[in-house]
Ligand binder design. Structure first.
Ligand SMILES: [Zn+2]
Length: 314
C-alpha cells in the first residue's frame, strides 16, 4: 500500500484516541475503586488488624480497664463489646474500641455496677452502636443509659434467658439472669455464652454462687461447656462454685481486675481451683490486656505468639 501521510495521521489519531480512552478508563476505574473502597471503609469505619482479615478467624480482647470488665469479640465483619469497665478508664477503652473495631454491632452490659457500665456513656458518645442489651432493672445507671439510648435512637433489649443475638459470625446466647428479683444486684448479671469461629466463651459478670446455681438448675449444662471462661466477679470467692466451674470446664481462664485492688481479687481459693483444673490462667492485673485469637481449631494468645516469633528471630 502506498505511503499516505493522511492515513498515517489518521492511524496516529486513532492510537492517540485509544491511549486517551485507556487513560480515561484507568482514571475512572481508579476513582471508582477509591470511592467505593473508602465508602465501604467509611461504612464500617474499621481498622481491622491483619489477623481478623483472614477468613474464619476471630479474636477476643480482655481489655485492661483496671478494676472492672470490658471484653470485645471481633471478627472481620462484626464486633461485640461486653461491659465497659469503670469511668476512670473510659477514655482508654473508647480509644481501644475505636482502633480495633470502629463500630459495635452490640453493646452488652452484664449489670448496672460502675465497674461494668462506667465507660458506657463515652462508648455510646464516640462509637456507632447497633443495639444495647442489658438487664432492665431499676437503677440510676440503667435510667441514664436508657435516656442516652433514646437520644441516639439505639434499640435496647432486656436480658432474657434463652434469647439469642447474632452479629456476623458472633452468636450470643443468654443463659441468665434466671431471675430479676435478686436482692444482690451482682446476681442480676447477664450470663452469656458467646460462640465465634468455632470457639466458645462464657461470661457471667459478677453473678455469685446463688445465681450460678440457678443457671445450672435451669438445665443449661450443655451450653455452659465452653473453651474460655472469663472468671466470674473478677476472681472473687463469692463466685465460681465448683459445680459451675466443672460445668464450664474451660481450657483458658481470664481474670479481669486491677493490680493490688482493695478487694483482694482474685481470691486464692478460686486461683487454686483454676490452676488445679489444668486450664491456662491469664490476668489483666499482672499481664495487661489479654488477646486470644482463634481459627476455630486453636486458641492462641496474641502476645505469646509475638514473643515466640521475636525469640526465634534473635
Ligand atoms: Zn464487677
Amino acid at each position: 500500500m502506498a505511503y499516505s501521510p493522511v492515513r498515517k495521521y489518521k492511524k496516529k489519531a486513532v492510537r492517540r484516541g485509544r491511549e486517551w480512552l485507556v487513560r480515561m478508563l484507568t482514571a475512572l476505574f481508579s476513582a471508582l475503586f477509591a470511592f467505593f473502597g473508602s465508602w465501604s471503609y467509611g461504612q464500617t469505619g474499621k481498622i481491622i488488624p491483619r489477623r481478623e482479615l483472614l477468613t474464619g478467624t476471630a479474636s477476643i480482647h480482655f481489655i485492661d480497664v483496671g478494676q472492672g470488665d470490658a471484653t470485645m469479640i471481633l471478627t472481620g465483619d462484626a464486633a461485640v463489646l461486653i461491659d465497659t469497665g469503670p469511668r476512670s478508664s473510659a477514655g482508654a477503652l473508647t480509644e481501644y474500641v475505636k482502633t480495633y473495631a470502629g463500630r459495635l454491632d452490640y453493646l452488652i452490659l452484664t449489670h448496672p455496677h460502675e465497674d461494668h457500665v462506667g465507660g458506657a456513656d463515652d462508648i455510646l458518645e464516640s462509637i456507632p452502636t447497633g443495639r444495647i442489651l442489658m438487664p432492665l432493672v431499676e437503677n440510676s445507671y440503667t435510667e441514664s443509659l436508657l435516656h442516652t439510648a433514646e437520644e441516639k435512637n439505639i434499640p435496647v433489649f432486656d436480658t432474657v434467658p434463652g434469647s439469642q443475638y447474632t452479629a456476623g459470625e458472633i452468636t450470643c446466647t443468654l443463659l441468665g439472669p434466671v431471675h430479676k428479683n435478686y436482692e444482690n444486684l451482682n446476681n442480676v448479671s447477664a450470663v452469656i455464652r458467646v460462640d465465634v469461629g468455632g470457639t466458645s466463651l462464657l461470661i457471667s459478670g459478677d453473678a455469685e454462687q446463688e445465681a450460678e446455681l440457678d443457671v445450672l438448675m435451669a438445665g443449661n449444662l450443655p451450653l455452659l461447656d465452653c473453651d474460655i471462661y472469663q472468671v466470674g466477679h473478677h476472681g472473687s470467692s463469692t463466685s465460681t462454685s465448683l459445680e459451675f466451674f466443672t460445668a464450664i470446664s474451660p481450657d483458658h481462664c481470664v481474670i479481669s481486675c486491677a493490680y493490688g485492688n482493695e478487694y483482694g481479687h482474685p481470691h486464692t481459693t478460686v486461683l487454686q481451683l483454676l490452676t488445679l483444673s489444668g486450664a491456662a490462667v491469664y490476668r489483666t492485673d499482672t499481664e495487661g490486656t489479654i488477646v486470644l485469637d482463634t481459627d476455630g481449631k486453636t486458641i492462641t494468645r496474641r502476645g505469646s505468639l509475638v514473643a515466640a516469633e521475636e525469640k526465634q528471630a534473635s
